[in-house]
Design a binder for this molecule. Structure first.
Ligand code: ADP
Ligand code: MG
Length: 237
C-alpha cells in the first residue's frame, strides 16, 4: 500500500498509510480499537474504496479502476472476528461454495479438496455438521479452511480470536502458526500480543489511522521508539 487515505464522510480513518508485505511473511497490525486496523484490511481486499493512494498485489495495481475487482478478491482470503460461516449449510458446503460457484471447480473435486483441508486442520469429522454444532474455535478453524479453499495468495485475518472463549483461542492460533510454516502470506489484526510477538515478521502499530511505528516483532515489543506505542503495549503487560 502506498499513501493510502480513507475517509468515511468527514472522518479521516487512514492517512498516508504505507505498508509493504513480502511474500511468505506475517504482518501483525496492532493498535487501539478504532485505530483503523479493520479498515486497512478491508481496503486491502477492495471491500472499501480508498480515497487516495494505491495498492498493489503481486505487482499489479489493484486499485486501478480498470482492474477486475472480483478477480482480485478471489486471490485474497479473509476471515473476520465472527459469523463467518453460513448457518444453513454444512461445513463442507460452506467451504466448497466459493471454489464451485466462483472458481468453477467441479463439485467432486471441490469436496475432495475441502475434506483434505478439513482433515489437515483437525476438522475431518465435522465436514457434514452444521456450524451450530461446532465450538467457536472449530467454527473459526472452519472459516479459515473456507478462506483457504480457493488457494489465496494472501490471507487477511481480522481479530479472528476476539470473539472466542479464552480456552478456544490457542487452537485457532495454532492453525495460523501452521499456515505460516507452510509459507502462507498473512496480514492479521490482533490483540493477542504474545502471539503477534511470536509469529509476526513485521509489526505495525496503528494510531488514529497512521502507521505510527513499524518494525520487527523484537523491535516493536522490546524497544518501541514511540511513546504512544509504549503506552499501548503497557496495557498488555
Ligand atoms: P479497528 O479495527 O482498529 O478497531 P476500524 O478500522 O474498525 O478500527 O475503525 C477505524 C475508524 O473508522 C473508527 O473511528 C470507526 O468508527 C470508523 N469506521 C469504520 N467503518 C466505518 C464505516 N463503515 N462508516 C463510518 N465510519 C467507520
Ligand atoms: Mg477492527
Amino acid at each position: 500500500m502506498r499513501s493510502v487515505r480513507k475517509t468515511f464522510g468527514e472522518s479521516l480513518v487512514l492517512r498516508e498509510v504505507d505498508l509493504e508485505v513480502a511474500p511468505h511473511t506475517v504482518t501483525a497490525l496492532i493498535g487501539a480499537s478504532g485505530s483503523g486496523k479493520s479498515t486497512l484490511l478491508r481496503c486491502a481486499n477492495l471491500l472499501e474504496e480508498i480515497d487516495d493512494g494505491a495498492i498493489w498485489l503481486d505487482g499489479e495495481e489493484i486499485t486501478d479502476p480498470r482492474v477486475d475487482q472480483d478477480a482480485v478478491r478471489r486471490r485474497i482470503g479473509v476471515v473476520f472476528q465472527a459469523y463467518n460461516l453460513f448457518p444453513h449449510m454444512s461445513v463442507l458446503e460452506n467451504i466448497t461454495l466459493a471454489p464451485r460457484r466462483v472458481h468453477g471447480v467441479p463439485r467432486a473435486e471441490a469436496e475432495q479438496r475441502g475434506r483434505e483441508l478439513l482433515e489437515r486442520l483437525g476438522l475431518g469429522a465435522k465436514a457434514d455438521a452444521y456450524p451450530d454444532r461446532l465450538s467457536g474455535g472449530q467454527q473459526q478453524r472452519a472459516a479459515i479452511v473456507r478462506a483457504l479453499a480457493v488457494r489465496p495468495r494472501l490471507l487477511l485475518l481480522d481479530e479472528i480470536t476476539a470473539a472466542l472463549d479464552p480456552e478456544l483461542v490457542a487452537e485457532v492460533l495454532e492453525v495460523v502458526r501452521d499456515l505460516k510454516e507452510q509459507g502462507m502470506t498473512m496480514v492479521l489484526a490482533t490483540h493477542e500480543m504474545a502471539f503477534a510477538r511470536d509469529i509476526a515478521d513485521q509489526v505495525c502499530f496503528l494510531d488514529a489511522g497512521v502507521v505510527l511505528e513499524r518494525g520487527s516483532a523484537e523491535q516493536i515489543f522490546h524497544a518501541p521508539r514511540e511513546e504512544r506505542t509504549r503506552r499501548f503495549l503497557r496495557r498488555f503487560t
